[in-house]
Design a protein around this ligand. Structure first.
Ligand SMILES: C[S@@+](CC[C@H](N)C(=O)[O-])C[C@H]1O[C@@H](n2cnc3c(N)ncnc32)[C@H](O)[C@@H]1O
Length: 137
């Protein structure tokens, strides 16, 4: 990652090697325009669901950090987790799902970066879902 940042001459990238939730606690309120959570660990066993990063507590923190109109973008190839994400965001008052039809969640928008895990899922015939939410003003 560091080599790629250097080779591309990027000067606006910061990396944090640790639990992303600790970083969230240090960010100013209403400072984010876009947040990506790409292929988060699905923790498939029911007794481990409490470890999923998409939960009411994380969504509350993100809602506070995102500006009105900011986008939360999530991808997963795990359909049980997809249903979990949809339900947690449906009941959260701070977010609105932007999909108007199946094409909106079945294909990755152009301005959404591909990832290694996405390539692996596609190669193994597990098409991901791409979910875009807007922070309500
Ligand atoms: C299934 S991989 C997906 C990696 C990458 N986003 C991709 O799409 O190729 C999930 C990643 O999330 C990381 N992860 C899980 N919980 C995390 C947390 N609380 N903070 C930071 N990273 C976390 C794991 O270490 C792992 O690298």
């Amino acid at each position: 990652m560091l080599r790629r940042v250097k080779d591309a001459g990027l000067r606006n990238v910061r990396l944090y090697q640790g639990d992303a939730r600790d970083l969230l606690a240090a960010l100013p309120l209403e400072s984010l325009d876009r947040v990506f959570i790409l292929f988060p660990d699905p923790w498939p066993k029911k007794r481990h669901h409490k470890r999923r990063i998409v939960c009411r507590e994380t969504l509350d923190i993100l809602a506070g950090l995102m500006r009105g109109g900011a986008e939360l973008r999530l991808a997963t190839d795990h359909m049980d987790y997809a249903a979990w994400i949809l339900e947690h965001l449906r009941i959260h008052p701070g977010f609105e799902w932007l999909a108007r039809g199946p094409a909106d969640w079945r294909s990755r928008p152009e301005d959404w970066p591909p990832t290694r895990y996405e390539a692996k899922a596609l190669a193994q015939d597990r098409p991901p879902v791409y979910l875009r939410y807007r922070r309500r003003p």
